[in-house]
Design a binder for this molecule. Sequence first.
Ligand SMILES: [Zn+2]
Length: 138
Amino acid sequence: MTFTEFQTFITPLAMHFGAVKDEPTWRLYHAALLAPPAPSVVLLQRVLPRVASSRRWFPTVEEFRADAEAERQAILKAHPHARCAKCRHSSGFVAVTVEGVERVKRCACFDVYLTRLERLGIGHEPLALPAAEAAAAE
Ligand SMILES: [Zn+2]
């Protein structure tokens, strides 16, 4: 997401919260929000209503990323990996023979699952660590 695209994305949220920042501050916010592992544009668009409704003030980058991670976790929970018949009873792995030696590798159905997650706009890395309050409450 370029800075111009970010401005188009963030302006409604900033107006919602009455947040006024100068351009250098927005550029820092943009860089920090999209620092690796960067949330996808699809995920950021999806999480925007959550951010707008769950926060009292314009979110810090950490809060925005925490909300994006919560959305990512919700998507992961809603789309669990369903193992195929070949790997259902072997924890997602299948036996292969490499140079006469029997080994195991992750089943091809897992790659299909990863592709599906990418289409949903979520990667494989957490975007933020759990919030201290949430971790303490568990
Ligand atoms: Zn499988």
